[in-house]
Ligand binder design. Structure first.
Ligand code: NAD
Length: 407
């Protein structure tokens, strides 16, 4: 049976709310999004035919500041998924302590099946339809799965045409020459490595020689892999939707794998590596497992075969509640998504701040500010877990919800 991400999100809210004896009004505010926008996107295709796509923007909550969250282009995008992702953004932004609320959006489309000009027309139409509800101080979209700096640039351009003024802060994740920030591309993967490093230090454990397997070799997974190697980990596997690349001796050169994937559109055939099926990555005998693809990759069907003792949720919502309970029972440390992948929105905030104040920060500056934010969020989560004798996930939700309650 399909797992509904919105139900997962609500279950997480209920657990933390009970523990905190949450005020009924705040509980009601967090239980449903503030606003749901669904738009119809007619697009003229290159062959002259017209196709109509569905676009979504869910503004979950703005107690702490403008709604903020990515736009996803994927055939499986639907309202339940976008609602859940917007809720997780509210929680994440409170935990990483940036002055933003939570939002998320997307279009149900497989962008790989569109030409570049079809993708541009679709995106510009989406921007025109979102115009009334987005803006630098109301709702600030960013890239997510299958969206990137180019797509953000089209949105910025379309927004500015209607607004009649420069508004670089209407989106984040822009390219450097279009108002973006140094370090945004690396931010989510790097931030995850900072969170892992901080929690291991708090537990008094070393990362040297720890073996790692990573599901998903996109923006997040590939940078996480690079930085994990820098921390002394041995990354033995990375995967994409088609297969798993496995190297028992440890991967040395992540960039070489990226080049190979770009050239062949596959992880298969990389010199010196074995090629396994896509599900194999989850079950390898490693210390650290990193889901960095999509929701629901750790479920009741595979959780009992997972051998890792630490899980770093770089994807949003990769673990179902049932599977999460089993991981807890087994004492497996799960670094929850709202902490592990919050580096992306932290640097999105830095980008927005630079745009709003006409500043340009260097990469070292961005990375040291990111490290400070990730370490503080990891420490707050760990302290809450110790104080409440609970999992890091519940602890993270309690920190976030308490901060929302304090506003
Ligand atoms: P991406 O599109 O760059 O990469 C996604 C990767 O996942 C691709 O390599 C794809 O092949 C792989 N994948 C898809 N289905 C898979 C499957 N069934 N098995 C194995 N691999 C599969 O996307 P991304 O930006 O790297 O995002 C990955 C995850 O991280 C998403 O859950 C996203 O919401 C989350 N996230 C991203 C950011 C960001 O800054 N990009 C920030 C926070 C969270």
């Amino acid at each position: 049976m399909a797992i509904d991400p919105w139900e997962t999100a609500q279950g997480q809210l209920e657990l933390a709310s009970k523990r905190l004896s949450l005020d009924a009004f705040l509980h009601a505010r967090l239980s449903q999004p503030d606003r749901i926008v669904e738009v119809s996107l007619p697009v003229t295709m290159d062959d002259g035919s017209v196709r109509v796509f569905s676009g979504f923007r869910v503004q979950h909550n703005n107690i702490r500041g403008p709604y903020k969250g990515g736009l996803r282009y994927h055939p499986d995008v639907d309202m339940s998924e976008v609602k859940a992702l917007s809720f997780w953004m509210t929680m994440k932004n409170a935990l990483i302590d940036v002055p933003f609320g939570g939002g998320k959006g997307g279009v149900a489309v497989d962008p790989k099946k569109l030409s570049a000009s079809e993708l541009e027309r679709l995106t510009r139409e989406f921007a025109r339809k979102l115009y009334p509800v987005i803006g630098p101080t109301t709702d600030v979209p960013a890239p997510d799965v299958n969206t990137n700096g180019q797509i953000m640039m089209w949105i910025r351009d379309e927004y500015e045409k209607i607004a009649g003024k420069q508004s670089p802060a209407v989106v984040t994740g822009k390219s450097l020459d279009n108002g973006g920030s140094e370090g945004r591309t690396e931010a989510t993967g790097l931030g995850g490595s900072f969170a892992l490093e901080a929690l291991m230090q708090l537990k008094g454990e070393s990362l040297k020689g720890k073996t790692v397997a990573i599901q998903g070799f996109g923006n997040v997974g590939s940078y996480f892999a690079e930085y994990a190697i820098e921390l002394g980990c041995k990354v033995v596997a990375v995967s994409d939707s088609k297969g798993t690349l496995y190297m028992n001796q440890g991967i040395k050169d992540i960039k070489a794998i990226e080049k190979h994937k770009k050239a062949t559109r596959s992880l298969e055939g990389f010199p010196g590596a074995e090629y396994l099926d896509p599900s194999a990555v989850m079950l390898l005998d490693v210390d650290i497992l990193v889901p960095a693809a999509l929701e629901n990759s750790i479920t009741i069907d595979n959780v009992n075969d997972i051998r890792a003792t630490t899980i770093v949720e770089m994807a949003n919502g990769p673990t179902t509640p049932e599977a999460d309970a089993i991981l807890n029972e087994k004492g497996i440390m799960v670094i929850p998504d709202i902490l592990a992948n919050s580096g992306g929105v932290a640097v999105s905030y830095f980008e927005w701040f630079q745009n709003m104040n006409d500043e340009n920060w260097g990469k070292d500056d961005v990375f040291s500010k990111l490290k400070a934010k990730m370490t503080a969020a990891a420490e707050a989560t760990f302290a809450s877990a110790v104080k409440n004798s609970c999992s890091l996930r519940e602890a993270a939700y309690m920190v976030s919800i308490s901060r929302l309650a304090d506003k």
